[in-house]
Design a protein around this ligand. Structure first.
Ligand code: SAM
Length: 295
């Protein structure tokens, strides 16, 4: 995939007393392709970089959306950065990352240069505008739980597929069919491009635009969804009708303080908690449908 544009946007966000990891996670969620901490006199600030395939106004409105619940964060500066220097920094900013027991996520320029590539399930993901480079804790949690609960021959639906990283992982772990869905039509080309990078034929992964499971008429063995609390809570009531009895579900994108409410909601729809995982402030869960659905 060609890199679009000859420059990147940057937006500097200042924080009063916020944890560095949380700040970086919020910046990731806004669609940043990388960020670095910068010194200001007495506060912490992060300079986040965004691709020029969208306007600066677009990115600022996305950032403001993500920052809405965090009044202690504010944008203090924004502008253009020529990519000559950043280009290399950006490529170096995505070294291969091992996740779980068998997975390694890498940008395509690292292919064939990673030490244990032959023994691993390699997921090639181009760090574009779609969420899901493998660097975010919520994606890592989802990948680890997916690796543990996948069974060969599963049919899977990935809700909120972003870059398609979980769909690609599911195929590499033995899924026979994956439906990759996202509300945002802008990610679909990136998913298809990442599928090609991984030599996965379009027939194996059906990429579709859609809100949660609206209009989805298949029964699956496994659901993956790394979104955030509100849409995940809306997704739950639709699951028993789409997930076979005994079917499995991996949820991520939740923060620790949302755990108890989410677990209660899972139990209400007849799901049993099988395994929980957390990293930093992020939390995820693997649960099983013990009621409803078809065999
Ligand atoms: C945190 S990203 C996860 C991307 C990738 N699956 C991963 O694990 O890294 C969440 C994705 O969910 C999508 N999304 C948000 N709300 C959605 C909804 N109501 N229905 C479907 N997708 C949604 C976003 O556009 C975004 O691509």
């Amino acid at each position: 995939m060609e890199e679009k544009g000859s420059f990147w946007w940057y937006v500097t966000i200042e924080s009063r007393g916020m944890d560095e990891e949380v700040l970086s996670s919020l910046v990731d969620l806004s669609g940043s392709i990388g960020s670095e901490l910068v010194e200001t006199q007495d506060k912490m600030a992060v300079k986040a970089y965004y691709r020029s395939s969208h306007s600066l106004e677009y990115w600022i409105s996305r950032i403001n959306e993500v920052l809405k619940p965090w009044p202690e964060l504010k944008i203090i500066d924004a502008g253009k950065i020529e990519n000559q220097r950043w280009h290399t920094v950006w490529k170096e900013a995505f070294p291969p990352i091992e996740i779980g027991k068998t997975l390694v996520v890498m940008a395509p320029w690292h292919k064939n240069s990673y030490k244990s590539e032959k023994e691993k399930n390699v997921l090639l993901v181009y760090p574009g505008t779609a969420f899901g480079t493998g660097y975010h804790e919520s994606t890592q949690i989802a990948l680890e739980l997916l690796e543990k609960c996948m069974e060969k021959g599963d049919t899977v639906v990935d809700v909120g597929t972003g870059s398609g990283i979980l769909a690609i992982a599911a195929i590499k772990l033995g899924a026979k069919k994956v439906f990759a869905r996202d509300l945002d039509p802008a990610v679909l080309d990136e998913v298809k491009s990442n599928l090609r990078l991984n030599q996965i034929s379009e027939g194996l992964v059906e990429v579709e635009q859609g809100n949660l499971l609206d209009g989805f008429n298949n029964m699956v063995d496994l659901v993956t969804a790394n979104i955030v609390f509100e849409p995940l809570m809306k997704l739950l009531p639709s699951l028993p009708a789409k997930l076979k009895k005994g079917g499995r579900a991996v949820f991520s994108g939740l923060v620790r303080k949302e755990r108890d409410s989410f677990i209660s909601a899972l139990k209400e729809i007849g799901f049993e908690i099988k395994e929980e995982a957390s990293k930093g402030d992020w939390w995820g869960v693997f649960a099983q449908n013990t009621s409803g659905g078809q065999q």
